[in-house]
Design a protein around this ligand. Structure first.
Ligand SMILES: [Fe+2]
Length: 203
């Protein structure tokens, strides 16, 4: 599996290309503002982008949907509650409504429904890697004061993620932490919201 973390746009957004080494099929999580850069990186690695997956509808994560779809022919994937907020060519080709698995090449992702930052937020897990969008950041978690946000709901979503093994790598949707990625175990010990959300573990 190939994982490429790419800073995009002005809001320290992280976009991800995750590719299958055998089939060269790839998924992009949250293209943000820079479709050209992402398409170029995929080409450089010999990866074919088949899906554009949005963790949620916010513009800083979805701005590049239409352009990247035009460049690659990839299908846009969103939760139906998030898709209701999307317009025109950025809208989903495939809507998800539950926590099923999603296959890209030989990679199988487990989809987690993680509302709280927005009403239909999703996270993706595969083989020790968790892509958390604006649900969980390194050292912090997503804001809950925007439409669809709800703090106790976000807490419940993050507690569900905290059931994954401690060495699971956390790949966030923004570069807001001390490091560009973290682990579930590290977030249990150090995340500023760990006590409030009930997943704090002492060092
Ligand atoms: Fe967001």
């Amino acid at each position: 599996m190939v994982i490429i973390q790419i800073p995009v746009g002005f809001m320290q957004v992280f976009s991800y290309i995750i590719g299958c080494e055998e089939t060269r099929d790839a998924i992009v999580i949250d293209p943000g503002a820079d479709a050209d850069l992402i398409a170029a990186k995929a080409k450089e690695k010999g990866l074919n982008i088949k899906y554009i997956f949005n963790t949620h509808h916010h513009f800083d994560h979805t701005e590049g949907n239409a352009d990247l779809k035009k460049l690659t022919g990839a299908k846009i994937v969103l939760h139906s509650l998030e898709n209701a907020q999307m317009k025109g060519a950025s809208k989903a080709d495939i809507c998800l409504n539950d926590e099923k698995t999603f296959k890209v090449g030989n990679i199988t992702f487990q989809i987690y429904f993680t509302p709280g930052h927005t009403s239909g937020g999703l996270c993706l897990y595969t083989d020790g890697n968790l892509f958390t969008g604006d649900t969980l950041f390194v050292g912090d978690s997503g804001r809950t004061d925007l439409p669809g946000g709800h703090r106790p709901t976000l807490g419940a979503s993050i507690r569900k993620l905290m059931e994954l093994p401690d060495d699971t790598i956390v790949w966030p949707g923004h570069d807001y932490g001390r490091t560009p990625s973290s682990t579930i175990g590290n977030e249990k010990r150090t995340n500023i919201n760990a006590k409030e959300y009930g997943y704090y573990v002492k060092d």
